[in-house]
Design a protein around this ligand. Structure first.
Ligand SMILES: [Zn+2]
Length: 158
């Protein structure tokens, strides 16, 4: 084995490099660190994904309630027969997107807090997100790749 900082050869079982003094990480610890870093990233991405959904959901609801709610008068705006079914439809989808934002936030927050339940929540929202091409699909695949093979919450706990 060699020091990953200065490259000096290490005696087996050595805790500290004799040349540069760097604490020697075993292979298991290096792998753990890498998994931990991936989980942190997945958590951050879910928070960002949640924020995007909050914006999209709110925009949809505001549009539904104003333009299609005939609060704002727009010349050549949508005719009433369109607004009558488009307003509740857009409002419904707006709330649906906000619900997804909440689920994504819970998953991301839980992962960053290293909660064990967060793995299941993230896997569920990850599967659902696969349908949202392209961002959701990318995030879903990354989430499944990091969290599916094992339970990193327990395997990285000391
Ligand atoms: Zn060294």
């Amino acid at each position: 084995m060699f020091c990953d900082q200065c490259g000096a050869q290490l005696q087996s079982g050595e805790q500290r490099c004799g040349r540069c003094g760097k604490t020697v990480l075993g292979l298991v610890e290096l792998r753990r660190n890498r998994v931990r870093e991936h989980i942190r990233l997945v958590g951050i991405f879910w928070m960002a994904y949640s924020a995007l959904h909050v914006v999209a959901g709110l925009v949809l609801i505001v549009v539904a309630q104003t333009i299609f709610g005939r609060v704002i008068h727009i010349p050549n705006g949508p005719p009433p027969e369109v607004s009558v079914w488009l307003r509740p439809l857009l409002t419904f989808f707006g709330w649906l997107i906000l619900a997804k934002a909440a689920a994504a936030f819970i998953a991301g927050w839980g992962l960053l807090q290293r909660q064990e339940w967060a793995r299941i929540v993230a896997l569920v929202v990850g599967f659902v997100a696969l349908l949202n091409v392209p961002i959701g699909t990318a995030l879903g695949i990354y989430t499944l790749w990091v969290l599916l093979p094992r339970n990193p919450m327990t395997s990285t706990k000391r």
